[in-house]
Design a protein. Structure first.
Length: 299
């Protein structure tokens, strides 16, 4: 408990400086008296003993300064004094202070935004099973997703070809497909919504998307192969954990709720786990996932 005693002693020195100073003077006087008495017993006269004791101890102020340096409160007090002095100087030049504060805010904000983007695109791993074993193949230029950034083009392969790869993955453990356009769609709550639709990023994926990635659902089920058998047949949707908490108010029974996406009623079949936002690690990752076969209806 020595650290607790040091903290308590430092707080006492900061809150009651006069009392601590008085006690320190008393301790130093007691030391001088004891030292002088010891020297008188050794044969010195009272004047010689008092002089020798003062010489042995040295300057009272110097001793006090050395004692104060052993505590943390001195550094805290110096920091507080420097802060007060800085505030007083800045208050005398409000124009310079405003420019300096704005410059710092812009610099810190820009660096934070750049680091957030780099961390998302280059440093953070996808929250999926075996992320280092994922392979994205297709034309790297002019299409699809490159480095987690949506290039904003159409599908890299026809859907029939993608279905063949899913059924015959070859050396891969599994092959899923997705629409490389990560667009926002108008979403309203309920079967018969009223009012303005919110714009939400939606990602169209194949029926084995979540299974290949190894992403278990937080609630309900994922999109299954049977949901993507025929075009326009299964208007189901999986919502992100963030969307479930922020937009759906974290309702305990989210499965079965209906979201109207671009005029199409889509029942919610599952809620993705927290932290999962698909394979897009951009600034606006998808909040909804729907079968790839619903492209014509939902887009």
């Amino acid at each position: 408990m020595r650290w607790f005693a040091k903290v308590a002693s430092g707080l006492r020195a900061l809150t009651c400086p006069t009392r601590v100073e008085r006690e320190l003077d008393e301790e130093l006087r007691g030391f001088l008296d004891a030292s002088s008495a010891h020297k008188r017993r050794a044969g010195m006269s009272p004047e010689q003993a008092a002089h020798a004791a003062r010489v042995e101890m040295g300057s009272t102020n110097a001793v006090k300064h050395q004692i104060r340096l052993t505590g943390w409160e001195t550094g805290a007090e110096n920091l507080y004094q420097d802060f007060r002095l800085s505030v007083r100087k800045l208050a005398k030049s409000p124009g310079f202070t405003l420019v300096a504060v704005l410059s710092l805010a812009l610099g810190i904000g820009a660096n934070t935004a750049i680091f957030t983007l780099i961390n998302s695109l280059l440093l953070k791993q996808l929250p999926v099973r075996s992320p280092k074993q994922l392979v994205s193949f297709g034309k790297a230029l002019g299409g699809g997703v490159l480095g987690g950034v949506d290039m904003g083009t159409g599908d890299l392969y026809p859907y029939d070809f993608a279905r063949q790869l899913e059924s015959q993955p070859g050396p891969f453990a599994g092959v899923y497909s997705y629409n490389s356009r990560n667009r926002k769609v108008g979403v309203q709550m309920g079967d018969h919504p009223a009012g303005q639709a919110a714009q939400v990023p939606l990602h169209l994926v194949s029926g084995n998307y979540f299974d290949v990635l190894g992403v278990p659902m937080f609630m309900g089920r994922s999109i299954q192969p049977g949901d993507a058998e025929e075009p326009g047949r299964n208007a189901v949707v999986v919502v992100s954990y963030h969307y479930w908490r922020e937009t759906m108010d974290a309702v305990p029974v989210a499965v079965g709720r209906v979201l109207t996406i671009n005029g199409v009623p889509c029942p919610v079949v599952g809620v993705a786990p927290a932290g999962f936002h698909g394979i897009y690690l951009g600034i606006e990752p998808p909040e909804l996932w729907a079968p790839l076969t619903m492209q014509a209806e939902l887009m």
